[in-house]
Ligand binder design. Structure first.
Ligand code: ITT
Length: 186
């Protein structure tokens, strides 16, 4: 089974490709963008994006909308994670957290799939952790250098792709999605 992943984020693509390969699902990247509606819920963005992309491509499609929700900042950057990362990066987040002792945060991923048979699947994954005080590690992407998942001492950027997938919001969401897709293929 071949599925197209609509994303401009090569980090996401590498992580999801590794998960799907384990289930024998071949993933290809489809270079396109979809309008992200304004909502504070990742699932609204995914639900609307799937319908929009389906009308445009009429083939099995996967998308991922994700974000970093920092407790002490009221869930910021949340649904604005991509925009905030482009503008102020990890350094800007560390500055905002300067002096704050509550460093709890959560990464959330909402993954969606739609196909010609009318199947529409939306699943979630999340991982709790801490924002550390300085950037560490060079792997991964986005906020990985400042996020340490619960139960680990290293940041996502210090883990291998497989290690990150075993803990991450995306790993959890896409393992669920891969299971559903395997059933649909039976
Ligand atoms: P798409 O083309 O798939 O939309 P994107 O990077 O714009 O790629 P999102 O809109 O889902 O993706 O934005 C989520 C942002 O949250 C992303 O750009 C990163 O900055 C951050 N993020 C999400 N997952 C992450 C992860 O696993 N590690 C680090 N940062 C992550």
């Amino acid at each position: 089974m071949k599925v197209k992943f609509v994303t401009g984020n090569m980090g996401k693509f590498a992580e999801v490709s590794a998960i799907f390969a384990e289930q024998g699902i071949e993933l290809e990247r489809l270079e396109d963008e979809y309008p992200e509606i304004q909502s504070d819920r990742l699932e609204d963005v995914v639900d609307w994006g799937l319908d929009w992309l389906w009308e445009r491509h009429k083939q099995p499609i996967i998308i991922d909308d994700s974000g970093l929700f920092i407790k002490g900042l009221g869930g910021f950057p949340g649904v604005f994670s991509a925009y905030v990362f482009k503008n102020i990066g990890c350094a800007g987040i560390l500055k905002l957290l300067d002096g704050l002792d509550d460093r709890e945060a959560e990464f959330m991923c909402c993954a969606g799939y739609a196909d010609e048979a009318g199947n529409k699947v939306v699943v979630f994954g999340c991982v709790e952790g801490q924002i550390i005080r300085r950037e560490m590690g060079t792997g991964g992407f986005g906020y990985d250098p400042i996020f340490v998942p619960a139960g680990e001492e290293r940041t996502f950027a210090q883990l291998s792709l497989e290690e990150k997938n075993s803990h991450s919001h995306r790993g959890k969401a896409f393992r669920k999605l891969a299971q559903v897709l395997s059933k649909l293929m039976e």
